[in-house]
Design a protein around this ligand. Sequence first.
Ligand code: ADP
Ligand code: MG
Length: 230
Amino acid sequence: TEELLIKSEKLAVVGQLSAGIAHEIRNPLTSIKGFLSLLRSSIDKNNERYLEVMVSEMNRIECITNQFMAVAKPQATSIQLQDLKILIEQVSVVIIPEAIMNNIQIIIQAEADISLIPCEENQLKQVFINIIKNAIEAMPMGGEIIVQINKADDHHVNIRFIDQGCGIPQERIPYLGEPFYTLKEKGTGLGLMICYKIIKEHQGTILIESEIDKGTTVDITLPISYINHD
Ligand code: ADP
Ligand code: MG
């Protein structure tokens, strides 16, 4: 359809742009960050908070360029069989400090005997981090994020992220995953685009359901083994 075409055209443009810009920005960025941290020891107390702001803004730029790079980089993929529960646990270790700061509890519910999944570990982790971050950002008053891992059928596993956040208006759901589509003041609108791209590469699907002020469920289905055409 027309909508899908626009989506993939935008993706291509983003890819070209990001390949060039993100890479060029990263080197000067690294050197500025290095010098900022050198300043830390010699700066006087009154100015310390300016330094804090600079460091946090630099981190933000770094985060955005990393997201661009993830889209642009033709990654050398190494597909290995992984235990999704372990991947989710490793991701939550990284993200729990942010969750705690926001009064949020992450609850993992995994069915026993879930099959291993062929995947690019770091890419799937990136997907999970993006989705959990969105859930955290949707719950400024705190709450629970439930991550369920279930068998979908004989050939698929299902990972569901359920939050109790602000929800997404129905009419906006079709636009999720378009580059730069964000409703946040400081958002990039790249997180879900990356998720869709990576899950598609894994021959999986993402389904988002949401209800305003009730919460959002992001439902990922992944194949237990890739279909090979022999
Ligand atoms: P960003 O987080 O930078 O805005 P994303 O691509 O990650 O970009 O998400 C796009 C938009 O989708 C967000 O701005 C937000 O409005 C909406 N969204 C995504 N996940 C959730 C969620 N769990 N709850 C509420 N809104 C969400
Ligand atoms: Mg996001």
